[in-house]
Design a protein around this ligand. Structure first.
Ligand code: ADP
Ligand code: ASP
Ligand code: MG
Length: 448
């Protein structure tokens, strides 16, 4: 149920990524797209490159290279001064823009005066979204469009397990909206939030997509739109493969698998809130709004291989024990070790004498290995990639695995996983083989 029934407004959510707001001209273009009279909440990323830049400043500050950090902050400020000059026409708004960036950059400079902490890191990383959203808001004001800027730090919150606090988000988003009677266009920040202790935090890199779906679910939206630099979800990773095509439709489950296994177009967690609330997610190209893009919804087209994606930075761990499958309790012991170190397992394959698992979070790898070695021989392979082939395989059950394996016959494969769901075949390859594998799958599965 839509929480804004009091106004009879259904708030659509539109999220614009970094490249979509990457220059003054692009911000003006976004303003044109959103100013169509449909009530909406617009979620913005930082301007393209800014979060990377801020991460570089963070690294310098941790290394106590404060002079270099100051120089970088000044460099970024210069870029923003140019944007202000190009974005605003009236003197009054140019002044407002300059005051805005003076305020944010003074704050950034305050972190260079003393030793640097994790709290300051997160506050620093939040500056990109705070500035881009204020730019769009001021631009709308200058153009005479009735809109309101609602601070994400007033309603987006994660709990102690770093999961979104849905109840808090819903209540506080509603309160923010209600403060602006008569307004139908709201602008807010993606990515940033507060944590359980009230500190500034974030939803991890690429997290603005996640913000958008959490906001869409909280507001009972009719649609969540993710506007980016490509016309929808492609069948393969366009960063590595030349001939890829946009997909008209994906199911929530297919999109979630692909996003989790490396399709950068969507943050891995962003599908679930939309799926739970059954809100369609539409992917659109900001530069080509007329292109249809992709709709992600509760739907299934049978018997099709839809798309492939690849996730890097995977570590494979082979755990070898004399008798494994017959020794009941062995797998439990193995899984308990990963649970103890809060490390999720992505893939798993078993044989009588060994089990292989993959992880992408290496934070506690040494401790995990030390514990595993108490029970078994352990071998580790680093720099692996999971290639995930997604679709609805029911109708093609007979040939599907053979097709994938034939396509990959020239690629050494470390692990294969099929049957966990009817939507996914995963293979593990050395990262050096990834691009070749993606290209071969493109040629052989999609005839592209
Ligand atoms: P934004 O800044 O708008 O969030 P991202 O760079 O995070 O944009 O995501 C869009 C990019 O995702 C595309 O430019 C493309 O290079 C990459 N990408 C990776 N896999 C896919 C895919 N399967 N379909 C479309 N884009 C993909
Ligand atoms: N600005 C953040 C990033 O670059 C969040 C996002 O763009 O989604 O990761
Ligand atoms: Mg993104």
């Amino acid at each position: 149920m839509n929480i804004y029934n009091a106004y009879l407004l259904i708030m659509r959510v539109l999220k614009f990524g970094g490249t979509s707001v990457g220059s003054a001209e692009k911000i003006q273009h976004v303003a044109e797209i959103i100013n169509d009279g449909v009530p909406k909440i617009v979620v913005l990323s930082a301007m393209a490159g800014t979060t990377n830049f801020l991460e570089e400043i963070v690294k310098l500050l941790y290394k106590a290279k404060n002079d270099e950090a100051v120089a970088k902050i000044n460099e970024l400020k210069k870029q923003y001064e140019t944007v202000v000059n190009e974005l605003f026409i009236k003197v009054e708004f140019k002044k407002k823009g300059i005051e805005l960036i003076d305020h944010h950059f003074q704050y950034m400079h305050s972190f260079t005066l003393d030793s640097f902490t994790i709290y300051e890191e997160r506050a620093l990383l939040a500056q990109g979204e705070l500035i881009s959203s204020a730019f769009l808001h001021y631009h709308l004001q200058e153009a005479g469009v009735n809109s309101a800027l609602i601070p994400a730090l007033n309603f987006m919150r994660i709990d102690k397990s770093l999961e979104p606090d849905d109840f808090y988000i819903k209540q506080n988003l509603q309160r923010e909206i209600e403060q602006h009677k008569g307004v139908q266009l709201f602008v807010t920040q993606g990515y940033i939030c507060r944590n359980a202790y009230g500190e500034i935090d974030n939803l991890k890199r690429g997290g603005s997509d996640y913000s958008a779906s959490l906001i869409g679910a909280a507001a009972g939206s009719d649609e969540i739109q993710i506007w980016t630099d490509i016309s929808g979800f492609h069948n393969n990773d366009p960063r590595y493969v030349e001939k890829t095509v946009s997909l008209k439709e994906l199911s929530f489950d297919e999109a979630a698998e692909l996003a989790y296994f490396g399709a950068k177009i969507l943050h891995p967690s962003s599908v679930l809130p939309a799926k739970m609330a059954n809100i369609p997610v539409r992917l659109k190209n900001t530069m080509k709004p007329e292109d249809e893009g992709t709709i992600i919804k509760d739907t299934f087209v049978q018997g099709e291989i839809k798309a492939v994606a690849a996730k890097d930075g995977i570590t494979a761990i082979k755990i070898k024990s004399g008798r494994m499958l017959l020794a009941y309790g062995f797998l439990r012991q193995v899984f308990e070790i990963f649970e103890r170190y809060q490390t999720p397992i992505d893939m798993i394959t078993t044989s009588e004498i060994a089990v292989s698992v993959t992880i992408d979070d290496r934070k506690n790898l040494d401790d995990i290995l030390a514990d595993l070695r108490k029970y078994a021989n352990v071998e580790v392979d680093e720099n692996q990639s999971i290639i995930c082939i997604v679709g609805n395989f029911l109708a093609e059950e007979k040939g599907i695995v053979a097709k994938v394996m034939t396509a990959l016959k020239e690629v050494p494969i470390r692990m294969v996983s099929y049957g966990g769901s009817m939507h996914n075949i995963s293979v593990l390859v050395n990262t050096s083989e990834k691009i070749k594998a993606l290209k071969l799958l493109n040629e052989n599965l999609f005839n592209l």
